[in-house]
Design a protein around this ligand. Structure first.
Ligand SMILES: NC(=O)c1ccc[n+]([C@@H]2O[C@H](COP(=O)([O-])OP(=O)(O)OC[C@H]3O[C@@H](n4cnc5c(N)ncnc54)[C@H](OP(=O)(O)O)[C@@H]3O)[C@@H](O)[C@H]2O)c1
Length: 335
């Protein structure tokens, strides 16, 4: 187990506090004996947060003039807030990139006090891998979506501040676990007996269970020599989607039939949902940007550098992570 004693009695600010990853991170920061300040929006759903244990601040990071709360008391910052779905390229950039300038500019004024900053980026900032291969920290970045481009722009801003602030950038792949709703949609279909195959079979991916990602973030917050570094963090394996579906089916004791959807049909559906959403204030759950993600034959990364330099070992393989996730869905009566 990694030593997390640096967090005991420390004060942490978590942006995106109510989100899937932010809320799990807060649970662990509290367990480490941290005092936690959470940054949320006026409209944020706070159902995963124990409001009695944390101090919440309502701040919209899309506003150019936002003020970072409680900075004078903060030892560690975990920047988890991000837009994973948006209506336009500029919406992605406002939150995933521009907000970082403001956040780190204000943090810089307290540079003497801040001991660690973890900037949560994404594998999407680098872009897809070649089938059978894995990207690593030396791979040139070629993001293929607005989301990926905006996450890369956010990283570049973080990097600019890394001379004066102790920033470590983490790039997870797909994160799964309790409270997350996109992966749940996939599991729900399997629960009904359907394994989805979009386009060709055998599309590859890296994954990480949320508890391992949270642990990695806590380890990365430790003041160390690796400041300014970017790391991929995954569970160390590469999977194909069919393998993930079969493992879910095995855990839920379901016999799977494969539902094959040609990419052309889904592209048409993506366009339809996007046009439909343009008449409402809501973001389309599925759009042409999401389609670009799905069309790639591999989203795989090597976490070797992170494992070696920070002596990190994930605790959840796919079977254990999925079993925990499915058990939670069942307890919550989502399944
Ligand atoms: N989940 C994954 O598979 C995955 C993989 C790689 C990287 N990441 C990165 O991990 C981070 C967290 O993702 P997640 O899965 O936890 O997503 P999430 O559940 O959607 O959480 C995103 C958080 O960001 C907040 N946020 C969005 N726009 C904001 C704004 N204008 N002002 C203030 N807060 C804002 C959200 O608040 P509201 O609830 O009010 O919207 C929410 O708390 C993101 O940066 C994402 O890019 C996620």
């Amino acid at each position: 187990m990694n030593d997390l004693s640096h967090l005991k009695g420390a004060t942490a600010l978590v942006t995106g506090a109510n989100g899937f990853i932010g809320s799990h991170l807060i649970d662990q920061l509290l367990a480490c004996g941290c005092e936690v300040h959470g940054l949320v929006r006026e409209s944020s759903d706070l159902k995963w947060l124990d409001k009695s244990q944390i101090t919440l601040h309502k701040v919209n990071l899309a506003r150019q003039d936002f003020k970072v709360p409680a900075l004078e008391d903060i030892d560690y910052i975990f920047h988890c807030a991000g837009l994973t779905k948006a209506k336009s390229r500029s919406d992605y950039f406002d939150v995933n990139a521009t907000a970082c300038s403001n956040l780190y500019e204000q943090s810089e004024k307290r540079a003497g006090r801040i001991k660690g900053i973890v900037h949560l980026s994404s594998l999407a900032a680098t872009g897809p891998s070649l089938k059978g291969g894995r990207v690593d920290e030396t791979t040139p970045c070629r993001p293929v979506t607005f989301y990926g481009q905006s996450k890369l722009a956010g990283e570049e801003i973080a990097k600019e501040f890394s001379d004066s602030l102790p920033i470590t950038i983490l790039r997870p792949p797909v994160v799964y676990g309790p409270r997350e709703e996109n992966f749940f949609t996939f599991v729900k279909l399997i629960h009904k007996g359907w394994g989805l195959q979009i386009g060709k079979a055998g599309k590859e991916l890296s994954l990480i269970y949320v508890a391992d990602l949270v642990q990695a973030m806590l380890v990365a917050s430790k003041p160390a020599n690796q400041e300014g570094c970017r790391y991929f963090v995954t569970d160390g394996q590469v999977y194909v989607w069919e393998q993930v579906a079969n493992e879910c089916a095995r855990i839920m004791n379901v016999r799977l039939k494969t539902l094959k959807i040609p990419e052309g049909v889904l592209s048409f559906a993506a366009l339809f949902f996007e046009v439909w959403a343009s008449f409402s204030s809501k973001v389309a759950l599925f759009d042409r940007q999401r389609m670009i993600d799905i069309q790639q034959s591999s989203w795989s990364a090597s976490p070797d550098k992170f494992f070696e330099e920070l002596r990190f070992e994930p605790q959840y393989d796919l079977s254990r992570g999925l079993a925990e996730t499915i058990k939670w869905y069942q307890q919550q009566k989502w399944l």
